[in-house]
Design a protein around this ligand. Structure first.
Ligand SMILES: Nc1nc2c(ncn2[C@@H]2O[C@H](COP(=O)(O)OP(=O)(O)O)[C@@H](O)[C@H]2O)c(=O)[nH]1
Ligand SMILES: [Mg+2]
Length: 338
């Protein structure tokens, strides 16, 4: 058993050229004299230019270039080895990792989450940077490429705001504020100037939470509306830490049951969730009495929100229902009946 404190480990991800290295440089300029920071860069070229720039800026910092070019699989194989080298060579106060813009941030997060204990690191909220120049609602809604980055973000940063109009910055911010599950923070900036508090946000490990009584849409600007007048609709929800994982088959079958039979006579009108399952992260939904499943890049926590009618369904009850062991006789019976 190791007694060395875990090194906080930050991921600064995002497409090529959005300003990741600039953000890390900015952090080093403000902190490298007070903190021992280790930086791992996965540059796209064979030369490792980013790591050279970073090292020149902050000579006290340990900068390591992860070889492997732009192929994220190669980088994934090298990453744990490089982290191990950095954290064993000296005690670090912090480790910052810039994956190549080609890497899927969710894959990097999965890898690090799995190796956390072994590497004695503690994964901090993932910072994902995007260029405000690239933003428009339609593109960000429709392109899987942007979904991948937005979903994986715990903290979403729109950089390059100096190159767009005020109204576009506002639109990006408003769009991101409406994302579901909500981000820990959405931040707009230029030249990678991030406030240091973004590196000190606590990793949420709540057991359960009572979500705000929101209506059927989650738009923040509707907050002033009072939906509670509709006493026949009851919201509920919970958040569980990311370390907890579920059996995908059990989840699916139980959600189908909940969808069709409700819980104790309470029909489930709407349900949304993200779950860490044994086979990966899944986003689930019930709408119009149908269950849908799709892979999710969200990695922060397990969470679920629902609306039922007419009675209140508490968190514990819902969790038990969706996690309860499969009863094949019951399933066979329900198949026969329907
Ligand atoms: N105009 C403008 N240029 C930026 C901004 N952020 C970064 N850059 C420049 O864009 C280029 C790529 O930035 P870099 O941080 O290396 O991006 P990375 O590929 O995500 O690491 C560099 O020349 C930066 O100086 C910004 O907010 N505005
Ligand atoms: Mg870079």
């Amino acid at each position: 058993m190791t007694t060395t404190p875990k090194t906080p480990c930050h991921i600064v991800a995002g497409p090529l050229g959005v300003g990741k290295t600039s953000a890390i440089l900015n952090y080093l300029r403000h902190h490298a004299s007070r903190e021992r920071v280790g930086v791992l860069v996965n540059d796209f070229g064979p030369v490792g230019l980013d790591s050279t720039t970073l090292q020149a800026e902050a000579p006290m910092t340990k900068v390591l270039n992860v070889p492997g070019g732009c192929i994220c699989c190669t980088m994934l194989a090298e990453l744990p080895r490089c982290i191990h080298r950095l954290v064993t060579e000296q005690t670090l106060d912090r480790l910052i990792i810039e994956p190549s813009g080609m890497a899927s941030p969710a894959q990097v997060i999965d890898l690090l989450r799995g190796a956390q204990r072994e590497l004695n690191i503690s994964l901090q909220p993932a910072i994902v940077m995007l260029s405000t120049v690239d933003f428009d609602e339609e593109t960000f809604e429709q392109r899987a490429y942007y979904h991948m980055f937005c979903e994986a973000a715990d903290i979403l940063v729109f950089n390059r705001c100096d190159q767009v109009s005020e109204s576009k910055i506002k639109r990006a911010q408003q769009w991101a504020d409406k994302l579901d599950p909500p981000k820990l923070r959405v931040f707009t900036t230029s030249h990678g100037q991030l406030p240091s508090e973004l590196f000190d946000l606590p990793v949420a490990t709540p057991q359960t939470h009572e979500p705000a009584a929101r209506g059927h849409d989650h738009h923040r600007h509707h907050h002033h509306h009072d939906h509670s007048h509709d006493s026949s609709v009851h919201p509920g929800g919970f958040v569980l830490d990311a370390g907890r994982s579920f059996d995908e088959k059990v989840l699916l079958v139980n959600l189908m049951r909940v969808c069709h039979q409700g819980i104790a006579e309470n029909q489930v009108l709407r349900l949304k969730g993200v779950f860490h399952t044994h086979t990966g992260w899944q986003s689930i939904e019930i709408a119009n009495r149908e269950v849908s499943f799709r892979p999710s890049a969200h990695r922060r926590d397990n969470r679920m929100e629902w609306l039922t009618q007419p009675g209140v369904v508490d968190q514990t009850r819902m969790l038990m229902e969706i996690d309860r062991p499969l009863d094949w006789r019951e399933i066979a019976q329900s198949l026969n009946v329907n």
